[in-house]
Design a protein around this ligand. Structure first.
Ligand code: E4P
Length: 226
């Protein structure tokens, strides 16, 4: 478990699953909108079922689309029926700082046996509280943290220390990747997983000097008549 793909694009998921590089998929409403997934829960179900089956048993995070507490529970229960590998994403609080989400997270994990990925978090302290509530995954949107002038690496290190010290099960997902170097720096800081859009994986693999070196090998092989 190290790299998740932050997309709902079926071709990209197929491509990287085939390489054996990814250990899960994350989505959010913005990603789905970009991919043209529309048509309410029906449209979402149709689009996501392909992804869920393609990567099973690897986990796929799907986000609820309401902030009403009962609505979140109802949606989460519905999403969880779509596949054993569904992880339900719940934001740490509502758009106005509503705190009901914490009880929802706790109820889903403890009463309904649903794995929850708590998202939209910007600090170690938010993630720590979500982990105390019972979350299986805590997503720190580390690129956004950096954009606000805070150091995401330090937040991840603090969070790693807290989760280990209090023996909390939550896995740290570092998200909102902005640069190729984020992957290794966040994993080195203690994240369990970094979720990336497909272009970053290509960026990790391809190197100009490697291209030149490979070309040299091919040229010399040709010269030698191999
Ligand atoms: C993943 O779980 C997050 O929803 C995603 O990485 C957010 O990315 P963004 O900050 O680029 O929108």
């Amino acid at each position: 478990m190290a790299i998740y793909l932050d997309t709902s694009n079926i071709e990209e998921i197929k491509k990287y699953t085939k390489m054996g590089i990814i250990s899960g998929v994350t989505t959010n409403p913005t990603i789905l909108l970009k991919e043209g997934v529309k048509g309410g829960m029906g449209g979402l179900k149709e689009a996501m079922q392909k992804v869920l089956q393609l990567v099973a048993p690897l986990p796929v995070s799907l986000e609820v689309t309401t902030n009403d507490p009962q609505g979140m529970i109802t949606q989460a229960k519905e999403l969880a029926t779509w596949g054993k590998n569904v992880v339900v994403k719940i934001t740490v609080h509502g758009p106005k700082g509503e705190l009901d989400n914490m009880a929802v997270i706790h109820e889903l994990e403890t009463k309904h046996n649903i794995r929850v990925n708590v998202t939209a978090m910007m600090s170690a302290q938010q993630c720590f509280v979500a982990a105390l509530a019972g979350a299986s995954y805590v997503s720190i949107l580390s690129g956004r943290v950096n954009n606000m002038g805070y150091n995401s690496v330090e937040e991840i290190k603090k969070l790693r220390h807290l989760l280990d010290r209090f023996q909390l099960k939550a896995k740290i997902i570092a998200a909102s990747t902005r640069e190729v170097l984020n992957v290794v720096e966040w994993l080195s800081a203690g994240a369990d997983i970094v979720t990336v859009t497909p272009n970053f994986i290509e960026g990790m693999i391809v190197h100009p000097y490697t291209k030149e070196t490979v070309q040299m090998f091919l040229n010399d092989a040709a010269k030698a008549g191999h």
